[in-house]
Each structure stands twice: as C-alpha cells, then as structure tokens.
Design a protein around this ligand. Structure first.
Ligand SMILES: [Mg+2]
Length: 221
C-alpha cells in the first residue's frame, strides 16, 4: 500500500518558516490583539502564544473567549503584502510535481489568502483544492475534528493512507493521533519525537522509507 492523498500546510511549510512573510503575519496578529483588547505589545505577544497553545490558533482563542467575527480578524491579517515576500519557486514546483498523489492545502488560514500564497509561489495548479479554516468549520488543526473534516472534504475513506506535511509539531502530533501519517518539515530538528525532515526536498525519499512503519488501519465509512 502506498500514500494515497497528501495534505500540505501552507505557511512555513511551502516556504521557509523564517522568511519575512510569517513574521509579518505575526506582527499583524499582535497588532489586531492590541487594538481589539487595548493591551500593550508584550501582552499581545504573550496572548498570541497562549491562544495558539491552548486553542490551536489565535483566531480560535478570540472566538472562544471574545466571540469575535472571524472575518474581522481574517480580513485584517490578510492585508499582509504576500507578493513582497514570496516569488515563484521552481524547486518547490519540481518536488510537488514528482509526487503523483492528489495534493490538498490544509490550512488554518482563509482560502483567499492561501490562494495568494500559492499564486505567488506559482504552484496553485498543482493542488486539488484548498481546505481552509471556513471549510474546517472554524475548528483548526491540531483538533481531531479538523482532520476528520479534511478527510471528508477530500473524499478520503482510509485516513491511514493519507499524509500531513506541516511545520508545527502540535499539528503533526494531532494528525498522528487522528490516525493519519504526518511529518514535520522544519529547518531545525524538533524537541519531541515526531517524524521530521529538514526540507521539502527530502519528502519523496521520506515517503518511500516511512510507508512500512505506519499501520494499515483506520478505515472509515
Ligand atoms: Mg504552518
């Protein structure tokens, strides 16, 4: 049995996590928190990390604790100038093209922002579609419900044959707990014991080697 469907995170996964875009997004998130809650920068930063740990994303924390309209948040955050930070990436394109499986974007961001990122990298045509936070019914990775919703949206019947590629340890752990394959892609090795590759260029080989180590279970109907 081989991998049948691939889910790719967007931010920090399809481009280097230490690139300027992710930092620019973080600054907008913190500015939003400062304005909404009238708190100083240091407190906004602490709250951002606390919400991400507790709820999976800052947005989810704001929805749970402050009942905000998610579109107010997303429209503010997505004003970040994506095209200033990202350029077409032929190497990324080559890697994705070498993988014959259907590929989906699975992101806690919204679809219009995700589309801008994919266009800037010039890889939009290589994906079946974008499973965004609205598709996930506002329940983000790493919650089990998010992965279940993603399988449903992608027509997956055997979660164990699917793979998540993500730059966040908590999302990789969540996916593994949900019963799918998962691998962390990050330039630095993780502190915890999760499957890891330092660069997407390693993914095809990793997929070949890892297949045997996952159980062939988890059929859903
Ligand atoms: Mg990410």
């Amino acid at each position: 049995m081989t991998w049948k469907v691939l889910f790719f995170d967007l931010d920090g996964t399809l481009y280097h996590p230490e690139q300027g875009l992710w930092q620019a997004i973080g600054e907008r998130i913190e500015a939003f928190l400062q304005q909404l809650l009238r708190i100083p920068p240091a407190q906004a930063r602490a709250l951002r990390y606390a919400y991400a740990q507790r709820y999976g994303t800052t947005l989810r924390g704001l929805q749970e604790e402050h009942g905000i309209d998610p579109w107010d948040y997303l429209s503010y955050i997505s004003q970040v100038p994506v095209e200033r930070y990202l350029k077409p990436d032929p190497q990324l394109r080559q890697i994705l093209e070498s993988l014959p499986q259907p590929k989906w974007i699975l992101t806690n961001a919204d679809a219009s922002y995700a589309r801008r990122v994919l266009r800037a990298l010039s890889v939009e045509d290589l994906f079946e579609g974008i499973l965004d936070i609205e598709t996930l019914e506002w329940v983000p990775k790493p919650h089990q419900r998010a992965f279940q919703r993603a399988w449903q949206a992608a027509g997956v019947t055997q979660p164990a044959t699917t793979l998540l590629v993500d730059d966040l340890v908590r999302n990789v752990q969540g996916a593994l707990e949900a019963g799918m394959g998962a691998v962390l892609v990050h330039p630095h090795p993780p502190q915890t014991d999760v499957p890891w590759i330092p660069h997407l260029g390693e993914l095809p080989r990793w997929m070949t080697n890892a297949r045997t180590s996952f159980p062939e279970t988890g059929v859903i109907s």
